[in-house]
Ligand binder design. Structure first.
Ligand code: SF4
Length: 359
């Protein structure tokens, strides 16, 4: 990383006087390398205080408009970045090897109660996103290995139709409690389709898959593996949030299964990553497969008459709960580029043949 120096004018006074002044100063800030080139533009330092916390929604809107990000610190001294978009967080994460933090969730939370004390106390919001000591084995390998493909027009049209069908679906009781359905999103010609269990609170709020704390954990692992999230597709076994984040019932999975089948048929990915035991069970309903035993080992499954490659991985939510699972999950994701490359060259075969029948 080049030596960078900050211009004095980039430092914010504390407390921040007004939002106008704050944004004015963001625009003045420049970060330059030794030759005077702007290398990382518009990073500002500040302590997060009640003023900023109360105005976070406005701040984020402004960051979105201007493309800036803000380096800030919590009262206990831990530093993190406020980024308006997930893409920006990922780019910074890759480029600078510093903790990144996507504030989409924080924005949602702050819109709800506009109270930084509550945000700070909501430990789960910060869990997994502030990385004090990034493990070298993960951070030492950052490199984008993942070329985008051309979009698939037929899939684009098919996915739009499915999105409408899912939004109107009332085939199982989950439609009664959902705020938004979460059909899935991503590239229309993905190498990988990631399949999680079901939407959580943040997904239900936004209509987007894997954007809550587990999604952030996935983003960190993807960035570390050099996988660009937008080049692939993310979805869940069920498209509406099970209340209290309970596991979806077999009847709910059955009612929703045709949506996932159709998505897979439209997208025709090289590999399906089954995140966690529910997704794994979806593809192998007649087998008793343990995710902790077969994670990271490519499997074959019969999915509506087509043999598909399933790569079981720990669910990122498990990684947030236990250090042991975090290592397993990170390793599973870190191995993915190698698996894809091996499949392209015909050098990777299924380590186990657990051919199932599909739901
Ligand atoms: Fe329909 Fe699936 Fe939602 Fe149930 S979970 S209402 S089957 S879209």
């Amino acid at each position: 990383m080049p030596d960078i120096k900050m211009e004095e004018s980039s430092y914010l006074p504390n407390p921040v006087p007004t939002l106008t002044a704050l944004f004015g100063m963001i625009k003045q800030a420049q970060v330059q390398d030794d030759k005077g080139n702007v290398t990382v533009a518009n990073i500002l330092h500040s302590k997060i205080d009640s003023y900023m916390a109360e105005n976070l929604p406005l701040l984020i809107v402004e960051l979105e408009k201007t493309g800036h990000h803000l380096e800030t610190s919590l009262p206990d001294g831990r530093k993190f970045l406020i980024c308006a978009t997930e893409r920006m967080a990922n780019e910074l994460f890759l480029k600078e090897r510093i903790p990144s933090f996507c504030l989409k969730e924080l924005r949602l939370l702050s819109c709800r109660d506009a109270n930084f004390a509550a945000l700070y106390d909501a430990k789960q919001i910060f869990a997994g996103k502030i990385v004090d000591n990034p493990p070298e084995e993960v951070f030492g390998k950052m490199e984008i290995k993942d070329a985008p493909r051309l979009h698939n027009k037929a899939a684009l049209i098919g996915l739009a139709r499915l999105r409408n069908d899912i939004a109107r679906c009332s085939a199982c009781p989950l439609h009664q409690t959902r705020f938004r359905s979460v059909p899935g999103e991503g590239h229309t010609a993905p190498g990988i389709v990631f399949v999680g269990e079901g939407p959580g609170q943040t997904e239900d709020d936004t209509g987007k898959p894997l954007v809550g704390s587990a999604g952030q954990e996935l983003n960190i692992a993807l960035a570390a593996a050099g996988i660009v999230r937008e080049h692939h597709f993310l979805t869940n076994v069920v498209k509406c949030r099970p209340p209290e984040n309970r596991q979806p019932k077999p009847s709910e999975m059955q009612a929703c299964s045709h949506f996932l089948y159709e998505q897979i048929e439209l997208l025709n990915p090289t590999v399906i990553v089954a995140l966690g035991s529910t997704a794994l069970g979806f593809f192998f309903p007649t087998k008793k497969l343990s995710i902790t035993k077969i994670h990271g080992k490519l499997q074959k499954a019969n999915v509506r008459g087509v043999e598909r490659l399933i790569y079981p991985a720990l669910h990122p939510a498990a990684a947030l709960r236990q250090k042991q699972y975090k290592d397993m999950f990170t390793n599973d994701i870190m191995r993915l580029p190698m698996v894809l490359e091996g499949l392209k060259k015909g050098e990777v075969s299924c380590e186990t043949d657990s051919t199932g029948e599909g739901v």
